[in-house]
Design a protein around this ligand. Structure first.
Ligand code: SIN
Length: 485
């Protein structure tokens, strides 16, 4: 399929219910990372168009917040149904613009839609409180109200699910949204807008703006009408946005970088640990912020784990994600590929051994071989910096205390994983890991029902679950007095 032939293809932005071009008429070219061919263009909007999108959202706000929770829930539910009905076409579009294997794209459409389904239900459960007042003629009432216009800046690695994970709770509680998708993957975002229009969101409630990231990001972070900014991306950009948001004291949610430890204790089921490592490390060609970045294996099982892990990786097929047989796609671009290459060369220079892979793939373009490194040293960049690619560095450890110290020795605190069958150890380690998410005997913890988010420099706030709605709500306290008269 050509992306331009899809009924969901739009080469315009969606603002105030209209499909618009940039004021300058300029466009950005979007390429397929597997072939490097141009697949389409989107408008290169800047500050003026961003202001208009924010104003449109603000105008739409009174009507949207005045709807009953059930009315908003019904529209969200319709949006979910449409995503599921069109899953295959949306998945094909995603693989063409993002590169991930088609089965993973199908999985992501289901994953993305699950947030819309979940929050369509949660929309009806935004409960307030009554609190006993110290005076008998008074009552304290707590109302939960929508925060206002929400800006959402989303990454290229999950072009659908990172939008729905932010926007579904915002829309559910009555906030309008302005979405700035990554420039590498705008078509999945615009396809979501096509479906939102069909689902019946009033004009201005959901807006998608493409273009110059710095100009759009600056406006979203500094415009006083925007009351909440939700960002998924690097810690570096997150810190800049945090500073910019401070000017208008906005609420913020930040889903930033990670450097996940993945620990295999000697009492673990090694086959399960290998399966978990494959999933955690190689999902989306290693381009997730929850990917295993440091694989710690206890001495006694080190050899067995490495052998089985290498064996599993040797069976992976690399290539264009549209081919059903391929389990690893391209990196998003040359910049990402070079970083992976640099991390591997640096680790080897510091003494690591290449157990499998270790170089660009013979396919050329943006492809890198799935790689395992053993005997990795603490000095190597890969030990402290996020690689965001298909490279698994393995470290040997002696005991529980040592590995907890190693695992926590990071400014990041997003995801962590460990494998053990010892219930005492499971509790001790789960409680000791300084991470927002801990997978025990699993390499994948992401789901709509669970709170996704990190501690330390990995971010602020939680997405998904019953907690995911809190960041889009203001608490208002009303003191009802004079009730004895
Ligand atoms: C991310 O990498 O940004 C999100 C991964 C996930 O939702 O599992």
């Amino acid at each position: 399929m050509k992306i331009t032939e899809s009924k969901f293809y739009r080469d315009r932005c969606y603002i105030n219910g209209e499909w618009i071009t940039a004021d300058s008429g300029e466009t950005i070219s979007v390429n397929n990372p597997a072939t490097l061919e141009e697949i389409g263009t989107v408008p290169k909007c800047e500050t003026a168009e961003t202001k208009r999108a924010i104003e449109a959202a603000n105008e739409a706000w009174p009507e949207w917040r005045a709807k009953s929770a059930r009315q908003r829930s019904d529209i969200l539910r319709k949006w979910f149904d449409l995503m599921i009905q069109n899953k295959e076409e949306l998945a094909q579009m995603m693989t063409i613009e993002q590169g991930k294997p088609i089965n993973e794209s199908r999985g992501e459409i289901g994953y993305g839609a699950s947030f819309v389904e979940w929050f369509s239900e949660e929309a009806k459960r935004v409960y307030g409180d009554t609190i006993p007042d110290p005076m008998t003629d008074r009552r304290i009432v707590v109302l939960k109200q929508p925060v206002g216009v929400v800006a959402s800046i989303t990454p290229w690695n999950f072009p659908n699910a990172m939008i729905t994970r932010k926007c579904a709770p915002a829309l559910a509680v009555g906030c309008p949204v302005v979405i700035k998708p990554a420039s590498q993957t705008p078509f999945s975002a615009l396809a979501l807008a096509v479906l939102a229009e069909e689902a019946g969101f009033p004009k201005g409630t959901l807006n998608v703006i493409t273009g110059k990231a710095s100009a759009i990001g600056d406006e979203l972070a500094s415009n006083p009408i925007v009351r909440k900014l939700s960002f998924t991306g690097s810690t570096e950009i997150g810190k800049i946005l945090l500073q910019k948001c401070s000017g208008t004291v906005k609420k913020v949610s930040m889903e930033l970088g990670g450097h996940a430890p993945f620990i295999v204790f000697d009492d673990a089921n090694i086959d399960d640990a290998v399966a978990g490592a494959m999933q955690s490390k190689f999902r989306n060609t290693g381009q997730t912020c929850v990917c295993a970045n440091r694989i710690y294996v206890q001495e006694k099982v080190h050899e067995e784990f490495c052998k089985k892990f290498v064996d599993a990786v040797s069976k992976m097929k690399v290539g264009d994600g549209l081919n059903e047989e391929n389990s690893s796609g391209p990196m998003i671009d040359e910049h990402s590929l070079s970083k992976v290459e640099e991390h591997v060369e640096d680790a080897v220079a510091y003494g690591a051994k290449v157990a499998i892979g270790g170089a660009r793939h013979s396919l050329g373009l943006n492809f890198y071989q799935p790689t395992i490194l053993t005997d990795v040293t603490p000095q190597a960049k890969i030990t402290t910096e996020e690689t965001f690619g298909p490279v698994a560095p393995i470290y040997k450890f002696k005991d529980e205390k040592q590995v907890i110290d190693l695992a926590n020795n990071s400014p990041y605190g997003l995801a962590s994983y460990f494998y053990s069958r010892d219930i005492g150890r499971i509790w001790r380690v789960a409680e000791a890991l300084e991470y927002g998410m801990v997978g025990v005997n699993t390499g994948l913890t992401s789901k709509a029902e669970a709170p996704f988010g990190g501690v330390k420099e990995s971010g602020l706030g939680r997405e998904g679950s019953k907690y995911g709605i809190d960041d889009f709500i203001e608490i208002k306290y009303v003191n009802m007095c004079g009730l004895d008269k």
